[in-house]
Write a protein that binds this ligand. Structure first.
Ligand code: SF4
Ligand code: SF4
Length: 258
């Protein structure tokens, strides 16, 4: 399926590759139309390596959480979005790249609006809430497939205690009566107890963060608020897509003046 995204530029230019990538400046905006995903189109770049690493990292989280849920751990309450309310994640470059690529692939118009500053976040969000949160939808997250690490881990991840063993505390927003249905209460559970209850353990936040950090050699783990890092990361990907338009298409190697 062809994907289209756009970015504002100061002057018009055009680039076309033999595999159907197409870039056309119109009213100061570059439009990117590609039959490949961002990751495929960027093959061979550092960004594609990070995207592939994050995909694998998120796949492993899904796998571990799947086993944890399947074993009978408390499931999120339908329509609940309390963990996003009044919250905005601070994210790593690797998380921002994955989210930006997901938006370009799946929500190209919105990706472009976020990149050029014309995006208006959903109304009715509590103060300080993530710009991707939609309070009126039961799913709430409008970038679910690209969401960040903490968004994937909240409610379904543990940490390590001083003894080096895993611990788990149920989500603090979970109603007490519903938690009791799972045989749990609002307290910390130690690895041994968890094994007895479920026969398996949830993923640990620190391990998942470490995997995301390993994809950024030389980084000391700096994070930025999502609303700040996302626009510039989308612009960066749009620009690399333009400059590498011929990389996979076998055509032009970079933008050309019209
Ligand atoms: S990205 Fe989605 S899940 Fe994460 S804080 Fe924003 S709205 Fe919530
Ligand atoms: S983690 Fe807790 S607050 Fe977040 S959606 Fe699940 S139940 Fe609701």
């Amino acid at each position: 399926m062809a994907r289209t995204t756009s970015a504002r530029v100061s002057s018009a230019f055009r680039l076309r590759s033999s595999h159907g990538n197409f870039f056309l400046a119109k009213k100061g905006r570059i439009h990117y139309d590609c039959r490949m995903s961002v990751q495929e189109a960027l093959e061979g770049t550092r960004e594609a390596e990070i995207l592939s690493g994050m995909e694998e990292s998120y796949r492993r989280i899904d796998e571990k959480q799947g086993a944890w849920k399947h074993a009978g751990a408390p499931l999120c309450i339908e329509g609940c979005g309390d963990c996003c309310t009044g919250f905005e994640p601070d994210i790593l470059e690797s998380e921002a790249l994955y989210l930006a690529a997901w938006l370009i692939d799946n929500e190209p118009e919105r990706a472009s609006a976020i990149a050029d500053g014309s995006y208006r976040p959903p109304e009715g969000r509590a103060q300080g809430t993530c710009i991707l949160f939609e309070p009126h939808s039961p799913l709430h997250c409008t970038a679910y497939g690209g969401r960040c690490l903490i968004c994937r881990l909240f409610g379904y991840a543990g940490d390590y205690g001083k003894d080096g063993k895993k611990r788990f505390r149920p989500c603090r927003f979970y109603p007490e009566d519903k938690l009791r249905l799972y045989g749990m209460e609002h307290r910390q559970y130690h690895e041994d107890e968890l094994r007895q209850l479920y026969g398996t353990l949830p993923p640990a936040m620190a391990d998942c963060m470490q995997q995301a950090l390993l994809l950024l050699p030389g980084s000391s783990g700096e994070t930025e608020p999502l609303r700040e890092i996302l626009p510039k990361t989308i612009r960066r990907l749009q620009w690399i897509l333009l400059c590498t338009g011929g990389r996979n298409g076998g055509g032009n190697a970079g933008p050309q003046s019209a």
